[in-house]
Design a protein around this ligand. Sequence first.
Ligand SMILES: CC(C)(COP(=O)(O)O)[C@@H](O)C(=O)NCCC(=O)O
Ligand SMILES: [Mn+2]
Length: 997
Amino acid sequence: MAPLTEDPNPVHDIDALLINQDPNNKTEENNNHPKDKSAVLLGREENSISKNQNQGGEREMASIHRSGSRPQLDLSKAAIQGNFEEKDPTILLPNQSDDISHLALDIGGSLIKLVYFSRHEGQPIDDKRKKTVKERLGISNGNRRSFPILGGRLHFVKFETTKINECLDFIYSKQLHHGGMDSRHWNAEAPANDSAVIKATGGGAYKFTDLFKERLGVSLDKEDEMNCLVAGANFLLKAIRHEAFTHMEGQKEFVQIDHNDLFPYLLVNIGSGVSMIKVDGDGKFQRVSGTNVGGGTYWGLGRLLTKCKSFDELLELSQRGDNRTIDMLVGDIYGGMDYSKIGLSASTIASSFGKAISDNKELEDYRPEDISLSLLRMISYNIGQIAYLNALRFGLKRIFFGGFFIRGHAYTMDTISFAVHFWSKGDAQAMFLRHEGFLGALGAFMSYEKHGLDDLMVHQLVERFPMGAPYTGGKIHGPPLGDLNEKASSKISWMEKFVLRGTEITAPVPMAPPPGTTGLGGFEVPSSKGGTLRSDASALNIGVLHLVPTLEVFPLLADPKTYEPNTIDLADHNELEYWFTVLSAHLPDLVDKAVASEGGTDDAKRRGDAFACAFSAHLARFMLFPIEKELSINVTTLAKRTTLTVGFIKFSHFYMNGSDTRLKLIEEPAAYGKLGLANLLELREECLREFQFHDAYRSIKQRENEASLAVLPDLLVELDSMSEETRLLTLIEGVLAANIFDWGSRACVELYHKGTIIEIYRMSRDKMQRPWRVDDFDLFKERMLGSREKKPQPHKRALLFVDNSGADIVLGMLPLARELLRRGTEVVLVANSLPALNDVTAMELPDIVAEAAKHCDILRRAAEAGGLLVDAMINPSDGSKENSSSVPLMVVENGCGSPCIDLRQVSSELAAAAKDADLIILEGMGRALHTNFNAWFKCDALKFCESRLQIFAFDTSYNIKNIGLQLAMVKNQRLAEKLIKGNIYDCVCRYEPANLL
Ligand SMILES: CC(C)(COP(=O)(O)O)[C@@H](O)C(=O)NCCC(=O)O
Ligand SMILES: [Mn+2]
């Protein structure tokens, strides 16, 4: 490669070199102040029409506005790839940003909200497998909309406006003003692009224009605040599954919004002042009302009256307040009685601050806590009341509240909810949004038209890291983490700062709320069980949105609307506590494996520690544990790995109240969306990837694959010597037995010290004794082999959702696949797209199959027919490549990187493979137990799938609602007891033929 940077005026035709680059664009950017669609709808003046039309635009009005930040040609560090002699050599532009705008801002009076995009890190793509699968399954990109975003993440970050310099540092450190780290190396000294433009909304977009220009060399392209709020709210309500929730008396409940029935609604944005916006559709809205008594009033008056230094401090005070000392209640007027005739209880506030008239007290005589609560209730009730009256005025069913005033504060939400409930006599309900603080920033982000985000579907957005926003992004740079007690030093990187911040959070112990009086519907004291508050309460209650435009809903789901992937709902605190303990205990070992998988270097160790800190901080957020329990966990953790700060730092950092024997960790799982065990298991994998551990179990997987492949030929000979019936049973037993190789199960991992892989496999198989705890094998056998009355009908295509590497795939699932192939059934092995624990991935499978095929004709022919052996021809001279006598064996990726699978979001190739499938086999605890245990499948368009075979070793039976075949051996004692009233290593074999439905 040769550098090209010396030549400021390259002779190459720029248009030819760079797709999507518009050389005219520079002038357009400088002059144009694009407005979004709604601006056009509202009939605003548009100053860029003629320019765009000149550029060839028969495009319609709404789409003629070009984003002000279309990328510029960045030739820095450009280099010719390949040979100088070549005629038009490719030129690499390492610093060229993607054709995507990466950052948008909402700069408010107190907070700056950032939404930024990062591309998914380039995964190695096995093109050949994909190509063959595409051909085989007839997948085309035909009607797929081509998204400018090919996949990436939306991150949400906040800064206090007073710390705008930190915000600028952050943008700079991540090079977000140039299109992000993806396109620029860390510390790249590329010159700032003078004409770069960032979308921004909020008053600060005007106030800080010069500062942004000075510090980052970028211009802020101002977007209308109201447009942004509405665009952000619409996007969230349509695209995020668990976005809206109600909050009454401390209870949070998510509301399923039907996208087709979203409009109209009332959006109440409580900032310094309050706006009430009637939203009728995308870009269609009207500000119908508002009130000047809002967040600013609360903070302003509160500051004067209590001397509080921050808004959060004031809110925290309110939690310990008793407003009855200062508010005049109905009971104060009526001698402690209710005014029942007009439906007011004695505890109803008759007049906020009313007692101060007659008390003959000075300001100092009132507790600041009481003042704060009185103020909070006065303002919240007032807003709730006005909002309801406006909803009534326009006949609106739904009221969504957002804005910085709420900040995920349970007490505030309860108060607003109470007011809406009270005034509507229960007819209306207040709803809140998890991303409420980011509506404006998201709206500004959406205003870059080319994102194509507007018609993203729910299943294309995955909130994979439900509470990880502050931990994400960037690489681990800078010196080792060191002592996390140290305050953020200028030396440490952003990532580390974030880790630091996350673990530093101190939160007050929630006070038991004063008992609310039950009366005649007056304003009782709201009870907020989840009334926790932290210094930046809403900073962590949202996750990173992964945009994967290729994800689809699994077409064989009988009813995607009612489908719930999680079997275990962590809203049950006992479950949460148990799984917290299990995952915490597993952490040190996982870190060891992860560090070893990266060569055990210092960098890997540092990343390992950072991962452990981040993941345990995430886990901690869900929990509120008695102190004894916490400490016992810490002691074991530390005894094992003294250098690791896992699970310990978080406790030393969390607020502890002497009178309360609890460590305060944030107990508000619902704030992060509905949480099931699958989310927690996925979070762990995502967190590993975040710290650049891409395959912690790589070497274990390799070792187990090799050992298993070595004994496969003997197993196949053994199987072939059996009668059909015995063989089928042995095969199912084999799947169950081999699923014991699960590095996610503590009990199993302990077993591995007791023998070789093959010994454990044999032992496990020998112990298979029927009847299993749940045993529908005979039904399945009848379907496969037929009966006296019925001849067997081979399945057309079977989808085998495979699980672990090693014995599980090689000695369990592959022989079962072989049996199906032998019977004329096409087999599709469905494997993870990304590693998770020791699960086999779709990338790894072709090699494993190729090795296995060396010992088996059936597998070889089928693998060839399925295009799996293109590279690894066993015997290239035998000419069997074109052999069409076999049904194919194929491999597809499932679209996920977790031990579990959410079938609402699978890869397009799996969706395509499912079309002709009439048998689904789900194997393993993660895929068939923790998720999909209650799933129903169909085949063709409307019929239920002829059979549903779920195989998982060591499964357990929760309250089994479905019928069907599941093969399982329970790998966890507690699950065994709960699910099947059995014991660890019990088996479940459940089969679900359609005629039973
Ligand atoms: C993570 C797992 C779901 C993986 O199981 P698999 O899908 O491989 O059968 C499972 O190992 C698990 O639930 N482990 C935690 C329970 C324990 O350690 O007992
Ligand atoms: Mn697994």
